[in-house]
Write a protein that binds this ligand. Structure first.
Ligand SMILES: *Cc1c(COP(=O)(O)O)cnc(C)c1O
Length: 391
């Protein structure tokens, strides 16, 4: 082989015996074949074969296999974000004239997608009260193809009765989707409770380090694999093996991070509850939470994300008081090693349920910092809010 050729040919080295614990990063768009016949036959190898980087690499498939096991599913697809997971889980199953029923407390960009994009394609989006089974039963009909759940709901944390929703959904021949980002499949298994597709923002707890965006959709039965696989291919959706390998690395500590986040959340919640500025904390692991009974029945743990509802007239003083925080960062997203807060409006993201009280709650995600530093921050913030409210 001459030099210029040598420069572009990757030599094969012996890899036998190199059994590592982590997953290798396999980068590749082109996949080469042994001979012309193998290339011609590539489509016959089924879902597991490799034909082009877009359709999966050993790295992305390792992550998918791990998620499939944890979600008790038949197959997982990783996609570029949690939002992409939710939209791409719906698209293969919807046609003009169909209807989707979305929990009123779903992640707001899902509402946006349904109201704008699905509407343009002739699909009607309707919303139901996440905790009122009768409301869902009234709205579901023969046109309904998908019922979308997210439990607990974004920001306001309503826990949905998934088995009951599954019964109604399936009786009408529709598919049940569940966004499982808050609990992760470590603490909640929607597919074992009747959901057909479980989606996640891996961006949050699974990757756990606030340094990438990725999502997943896991299906309960094999019939759902092909429509999703084909849609992802046609839309040109693939995922970088580098990102997938970072998720695989973060994944290994998911168990300890989740336990720590739950314990840390409980401590901070107590501190908020002791303040007379706080009306209530929304977190289903609290025995006083309206969703606690279903949470206790269906979940095996909580996460570190909760929302604080302040007494009437107080919440206006919350955003400026955030500037006093030293350890806790201000920002969107959650589930990383750093504690994060974000003031969240609620009413603008609801259409069939009424949010009572001030239209701002404080969403908190507890990270891995020293608990005393977090407590100091919360103490200083509550003091500042009180001070501002007395001025
Ligand atoms: C963050 C989030 C998403 C979107 O995830 P991205 O990766 O940021 O697109 C979807 N669902 C829920 C419940 C989320 O919290």
């Amino acid at each position: 082989m001459r030099d210029l050729t040598q420069c572009v040919v990757t030599p094969k080295v012996n890899t036998t015996g190199f059994d590592t614990l982590g997953a290798a990063v396999h980068r590749g768009s082109t996949i080469v074949f042994e001979n012309a016949q193998a290339y011609a036959d590539r489509g016959k190898r089924g879902d597991d074969g490799y034909s082009y980087g877009l359709y999966g690499t050993p790295t992305t498939r390792t992550l998918e296999a791990k998620l499939t096991d944890l979600e008790n599913g038949a197959r997982t697809f990783v996609v570029p974000s949690g939002q992409a997971a939710n939209t791409l889980a719906m698209l293969p199953f919807l046609s003009s004239g169909d209807k989707v029923l979305i929990a009123d407390t779903a992640y707001p960009p899902v509402r946006d997608f349904a109201n704008r994009d699905l509407a343009r394609f002739g699909v009607t989006a309707d919303y139901y009260d996440p905790i009122d089974i009768a409301d869902l039963a009234r709205k579901i009909d023969g046109r309904t193809r998908i019922v979308f759940t997210e439990s607990p709901g974004s920001t306001t944390m309503e826990v949905q009765d998934l088995p009951a929703i599954a019964e109604i959904t399936h009786r009408h021949g529709a598919l049940l989707m569940c966004d499982n980002t808050w609990a992760t499949p470590l603490n909640y298994k929607p597919l074992s409770l009747g959901a057909d597709i479980s989606t996640q923002a891996l961006t949050k707890y699974i990757s756990g380090h606030s340094d990438l965006l990725l999502g997943s959709l896991t299906v309960h039965s094999t019939e759902l694999i092909e429509p999703i696989r084909a849609t992802l291919g046609r839309f040109g959706v693939g995922v970088s093996p580098d990102d997938a390998s970072l998720v695989l690395r973060g994944f290994e500590t998911l168990g300890v991070r989740m336990r720590h986040a739950e314990a840390g959340a409980m401590k901070l919640i107590q501190q908020f509850q002791e303040s007379h500025l706080v009306d209530r904390v929304l977190y289903p692991a609290l025995t006083t939470d309206p969703g606690h009974a279903i949470w206790k029945r269906d979940f095996s743990g909580a996460s570190g994300v909760f929302s604080v509802v302040f007494k009437p007239g107080i919440s206006i003083h919350v955003p400026p008081a955030l500037d006093i925080l030293k350890t806790i960062a201000i920002g969107a997203s959650w589930g990383g090693t750093r504690s994060i807060v974000a003031p969240m409006p609620v009413s603008s993201h609801r259409s069939v349920t009424k949010w009572k009280g001030d239209d701002l709650v404080l969403r908190v995600s507890v990270g891995l910092e020293d608990a005393e530093d977090l407590a100091d921050d919360v103490r200083a913030m509550l003091f500042d809010i009180r001070h501002r409210s007395l001025r």
